[in-house]
Write a protein that binds this ligand. Structure first.
Ligand SMILES: *Cc1c(COP(=O)(O)O)cnc(C)c1O
Ligand SMILES: [Zn+2]
Length: 426
């Protein structure tokens, strides 16, 4: 059984039956999964959900494949950490970090891939494919291996070595294209036309893929005892994750699973949660449009250490802008130095090692707190979406912090007794 109502065009509202389709045949608008909320409301019950698996599939009623076998490595149900020490450093009284570094292949992409490949298998596909900035490649290759699908992933030149090797290990094909992500994405659009029997998770299966990000909203609400945060900070690459976190919160309010925050109405047109977006200055097309009060996201050529967010022509950039503006959030872009500082700050206050995308989120959070765009009393969640072990290059100069000592007791004791030069206190 499925509560999927249709694939609905975001622009003209035309509806299409379930299938591997991502764009409206009339207006080329993107398609989105819509549900029969009346029918599924009986299953959207906190006790029922709590009795489900400790994975994103506890919310299966609100996902495109409510029943049947799942393609799962156990993604989701990651910790929501009450970040007291980071909050103190930033002057925020109720801060949480959603620690998605702990997913099976180390990034939030495991959520969207689990949902997309579950649908792909139900639709009869035998090959999983994708265009990736790195994390998606890891996740598609791993989930395909575990579910007996073949995989073909296309990546741009110059990704972090770890992300490439930890994709290849799963045994699928890895094609490194001589170009950037936007070249790879365009190619995959064309390939999806030619290889109609391949499931490109973020092309022809994109409507299903995108739904997986809603679980980032569902889990936060459940982990907060079925209540909402005031404000969340989300990294932006294509913008899909950000728009679906908003959709997830709105579904929870619509189904009565959570009450609106004090001061907001149930049908508040601005939406239930303020959503702020985070980009790297070296790839900030959406933040630039926001700053310029423009509706047009002008493509850029990415140049930043935050490679997982390096999408110069974001498919959902326009919709991400709409969500941020409607909910009263902000969109900021931070420098590579701020990204490195963000990685260190999170590591040194909370013991969580994030990749560069997490550095973007924490640096943006720090900026918004500093500017007063996030108030000290707000209940804030920062989404930390990828594991630092994947982007160790970003911290290369950290090797200078390691102290070289001889192997005798005297030498080690002497080193311990001498304070480390230039070491900042925390
Ligand atoms: C892909 C990715 C994102 C952003 O995803 P979009 O939905 O494309 O905006 C954020 N963080 C990490 C670590 C990612 O790999
Ligand atoms: Zn349309």
């Amino acid at each position: 059984m499925s509560f999927l109502h249709a694939l609905t065009c975001r622009e003209c509202g035309r509806e299409y039956p379930e299938g591997p389709l991502h764009a409206c045949e009339f207006c080329f608008g993107p398609l989105e999964v819509t549900y029969d909320y009346g029918a599924l409301s009986a299953l959207a019950d906190p006790r029922r959900i709590a009795a489900g698996p400790p994975s994103l599939w506890r919310y299966s009623a609100l996902l495109p494949s409510a029943s049947g076998d799942k393609v799962s490595l156990g993604a989701g149900w990651t910790p929501l950490v009450r970040a007291r020490r980071l909050g103190e450093a930033l002057g925020l009284e109720e801060l949480y970090v959603k620690n998605d570094t702990l997913n099976p292949t180390g990034s939030f992409k495991d959520r969207v891939v689990s949902v997309a490949l579950t649908k792909a298998r139900q639709l009869g596909f035998k090959v999983a494919a994708c265009a990736s900035t790195g994390n998606l490649a890891n996740s598609v290759a791993a989930h395909a291996a575990a579910s007996g699908l073949d995989s073909v992933v296309l990546i741009p030149r110059g990704l972090e070595e770890v992300k490439v090797l930890t994709t290849a290990v799963f045994g699928g094909r890895v094609l490194e294209v001589d170009g950037n992500y936007d070249d790879v994405n365009r190619l995959c659009g064309e390939l999806a036309g030619q290889y109609g029997d391949w499931a490109f998770v973020n092309v022809n299966l994109r409507p299903y893929y995108a739904e997986g990000s809603k679980t980032l909203a569902f889990e936060v609400a459940e982990q907060l005892g079925w209540s909402l945060p005031d404000h969340v900070v989300v990294p932006v690459a294509s913008g899909s994750q950000l728009t679906k976190i908003d959709k997830g919160f709105r579904e929870l309010v619509g189904l009565g699973l959570v009450a609106p925050r004090a001061g907001r109405e149930k049908d508040d047109p601005s939406g239930p949660v303020r959503i702020s977006g985070a980009q790297a200055a070296g790839c900030s097309p959406v933040a630039t449009a926001f700053a310029e009060r423009s509706d047009v996201v002008v493509p850029v050529r990415p140049e930043t250490i935050a490679k997982s967010l390096s999408i110069g022509n974001p498919a959902d950039g326009y919709y991400a802008l709409e969500v941020v503006r409607r909910t009263g959030g902000q969109l900021s872009a931070v420098s590579d130095d701020e990204i490195r500082a963000g990685i260190r700050l999170l590591a040194r206050t909370e013991g969580i090692f994030a990749e560069t995308a997490g550095g973007v989120t924490i640096a943006t959070l720090a900026r918004l707190a500093e500017e007063g765009a996030i108030a000290p009393r707000e209940r804030v969640v920062a989404y930390v979406t990828g594991n630092g072990l994947k982007t160790v290059e970003a911290l290369a100069e950290g090797a200078a912090e390691i102290e070289q000592v001889g192997s005798s007791l005297e030498e080690v004791v002497e080193a311990i007794e001498v304070p480390r030069p230039g070491k900042e206190e925390r």
